[in-house]
Design a binder for this molecule. Sequence first.
Ligand code: 16G
Length: 242
Amino acid sequence: DAIGSLEGASGGPLYRRLETALRDALRAEVLKPNEALPPERELASDLAISRITVRKALDTLVGEGLLVRRQGAGTFVAGRVEKQFAKLSSFTEDMAARGRAVRSEWLLRAAGEVTPEESLTLGLSPGAPVLRFHRVRFADDVPMALEYSAIAGFGLAGPETVESSLYAALEATGNRPARALQRLRAVSFDAEQAALLHVEPGAPGLYIERRGFLEDGRVIEATRSWYRGDAYDFVAELNTRA
Ligand code: 16G
């Protein structure tokens, strides 16, 4: 019902028309976050189209992270993630708390020397060692964020010690940040970022800079993150004292 018929949808192949109708329903929240879609065979018979056509349209939207498939349960409208803005947690912990499977696609995992800019943000002398971790972060196979981290060289034995969670690796050496400063800004994704995150170029994002400190005040982490604007709500508790 939410999708109605495909009569009104503009031309093109049927799977495209269904894709457009679904996109409209998602945008208008006729299909609400976390809502289950009718089974594929039901959609096919209601709309008088083949199951293959239905599957093709759904596949595209699953690939973009607008819909999610859960084994044995069906297809659902993706829910937005509520992330505590003022909590010093890791992506892995945030996702694990929601029962979502985490994986990273590595763009860079290497040791080097600090650039002049990194030497300022990390408070390190020119020439000091630094470890760089650039990755696309996935939850249930949906790309959620792009993350570029620079870690002070003394923090880890080497870049390969980070297998999946950076904070887990830092924790193992006793160098997990104890405190952090964070800045958030609205951005729109450029073509390269959009391709990595499976969104349209120009789609909205949240750019976040985090500087993490050890108990003794040394900077251990400088991370630049680009979170998908269509997937995240950043929430915080406020009070009059602060
Ligand atoms: C989060 C942090 C990032 C940190 C990463 C570690 C924000 C905005 N950023 O994404 O600074 O480096 O978690 O995650 O929350 P990991 O331990 O899963 O690698």
